[in-house]
Write a protein that binds this ligand. Sequence first.
Ligand code: GLU
Length: 280
Amino acid sequence: MTFRTRFAPSPTGPLHLGHAYSAIVAHDMARAAGGAFLVRMEDTDLQRSKPEWDAAILDDLTWLGLTWDGPILRQSEQLDDYNKHLDAFENMGLLYPCSCSRADIRAALAAPQEGVAHDVYPGTCKSRDMRDRKPGDALRLHLDRALARLGDQPVVFEEIGDHFKGVHRIDPDRALREIGDVVLSRKGEEIIAYFLASALDDVSQGITHVVRGEDLFEFTQIQVLLLTLLDHTPPIYHHHRLIRDDAGKRLAKRDDARAVSKYRADGATPQDIRRMVGLS
Ligand code: GLU
């Protein structure tokens, strides 16, 4: 199996040190293995994604000395493909429409429910049918039905990153408790949930190893479950450590002070950036 990985930024802000670390690690792993390194722009958030950020991220990657293989895939150009997969889930009877706002969900969850994690959808619209879908409704995965469809088929993935190393098997009861009925499509905001688009593209781009930050590990279960439902073999995952600020908080988009472009403007070299993130 040829090693094939990718860097998949969302062009909603500048490339900061955390992204730079992720891109360099994935790139260097691919080059060391004689494999391929792809860049994919995850621009399904049509409001926050900006062509300026897309261009600025590519400029920073080039400045860092990273080279990528093949054309850049932009998710905003793939919406028809995602819709086909949503149709496949609908044909399996695994979707239902949901009109709950975030405030409705918070209110429903305010009454404590034993054994239900706070970010798990309380199921208000669960008995609704796709035939009464209204414009503006989100589409949720009916997780109980999805798990029932898989029956005894194991939902497994291999992790090779240090922190979570091993073969992980998704436990249905835990999935119901911790994942619940996730939104796969939301009109007007994000046409498709980014974790679904990302998982589908990993398959369509032939990614063998997903190299990304540990903060995304929590999405792996649902991604692997969705891929398994669609009869795809999931890639191998490598979740790497996160780059944190001086207070130990992980860097986020709003940490523009850590943008690679700022360090560039201050005269840093690509080698300085590698040193700053602990790579030499
Ligand atoms: N687009 C995601 C982000 O910028 C990364 C998704 C992934 O690497 O799987 O956080």
